[in-house]
Design a protein around this ligand. Structure first.
Ligand SMILES: *Cc1c(COP(=O)(O)O)cnc(C)c1O
Length: 367
């Protein structure tokens, strides 16, 4: 049986090796995974406490309306309950957007490099993809993105901060983009790393929801909240767009355990503040280290840094994996001679820095 023709050009998501496989392959007993921007500090203790006290009834379908999380978020974000859509991760919200708005003849506009799923799902729907290179510092080129829009453009993807570069879209640029972007184009604003951003960098997209009915902002419990394994993320938009997406959404697309954990995690903002502060400290000291060995890196308002490497990113990746650290080589992300390194705990980062220093000194000797 053949799938639709476009599937011949696509491959299934290729995940990195699992920790256990690497341990066996290289005979290591300690592996540090800095490849998927997960929270190295885990998740709220309160979630642990509540879940160990009593699990949801797994024989009963979850609340398809995701009511408790919906109410908690609507309070916290000061938006109406009907302005929210939930997905099995933001990943599913991205998929719902493509299924709801794209068809053959449509096109979408996005940065390059950016989060790969925007393109993947657009192609499956038969849409064409217009990729606009980021500038040399990893920022979206919003003027060129506006120029790429025509009457068949259905979605413009803005990833802020951008994965994998880390660059945020500055507030004034975002507002100017919104005022110029035609109303028939949905602006999908992906803020997966929102909680890691400096408050001054926050474009405060939600406060502009009423002015822009063609805007959807997406956030997730997978990154700073540390609940990647439970799969829950959400979109915030006008009730019109949410109604459209709800027609496509599966009726029980988030699990009861994810819903329960998300409500409790939202209530523990001290955990988020703590994660934010620790990440900021680790980022600053890792940047100081990179300055010392003169490896350039991109501005980042996230829990990862995209680092330019003097050799191929694959080579750095291979060296690190043999020493128990998993990072993402830029060759797999569309930016050769870089590695994307998620920021780990202070202790793990110290060890990583020692390894990078050794690598750097050996390379210097060879030259
Ligand atoms: C991690 C990530 C997501 C997806 O997160 P989910 O786990 O599916 O919620 C979406 N967008 C960007 C830019 C990401 O980095």
């Amino acid at each position: 049986m053949e799938g639709k023709p476009i599937l011949n050009q696509l491959s299934p998501y290729k995940q990195g090796k699992q920790t256990k496989e690497i341990q066996e392959e290289f005979g290591l007993n300690h592996i540090v995974k800095l490849a998927s921007n997960e929270n190295p500090y885990g998740y709220s203790e309160q979630v642990k406490d509540v879940l160990s006290d009593g699990l949801p009834e797994f024989n009963i379908y979850p609340d398809g309306y995701t009511g408790e999380v919906r109410m908690a978020l609507s309070d916290k974000l000061n938006i109406q309950p009907n302005q929210l859509i939930f997905g099995s991760g933001t990943e599913e919200v991205i998929q719902l957007l493509c299924r709801s708005f794209l068809q053959p003849g449509s096109n979408v506009v996005m940065a390059a490099p950016t989060f790969p799923q925007y393109k993947h799902y657009a192609l499956i729907e038969g849409a064409t993809v217009r990729e606009i290179p980021t500038d040399e510092h990893g920022y979206h080129d919003l003027d060129r993105m506006l120029e790429a829009i025509d009457e068949s453009t259905k979605i413009v993807w803005l990833c802020s901060p951008n994965n994998p570069t880390g660059a945020v879209i500055p507030k004034d640029d975002f507002l100017s983009f919104m005022s110029k972007c035609p109303k028939h184009v949905l602006v999908a604003f992906d803020e997966a790393y929102y909680e890691y951003m400096d408050k001054e960098a926050d474009p405060d997209a939600l406060s502009h929801m009423d002015n822009y009915e063609n805007l959807i902002t997406m956030r997730t419990f997978s990154k700073a909240y540390g609940l990647a394994g439970l799969r829950i993320g959400y979109g915030i938009s006008s009730s019109d767009i949410i109604t459209t997406l709800d027609k496509v959404r599966g009726p029980f697309n988030t699990t009861s355990i994810a819903q329960k954990a998300a409500v409790i995690a939202l209530g523990d903002q001290a955990f988020i503040e703590n994660t934010y502060e620790k990440n900021k400290t680790v980022k600053a000291s890792f940047e100081t280290f990179l300055d010392r060995i003169k490896w350039p890196y991109y501005d980042s308002e996230t829990n990862f840094l995209l680092v330019s490497t003097p050799v191929s990113g694959m080579e750095v990746f291979q060296y690190l994996i043999e020493n128990g650290f998993i990072v993402r080589p830029g060759e797999l992300l569309g930016i050769p001679n870089t590695v994307r390194i998620s920021l780990g705990t202070e202790e793990d980062m110290k060890e990583l820095q020692q390894l990078l220093l050794k690598f750097h000194e050996e390379k210097a000797k060879v030259q």
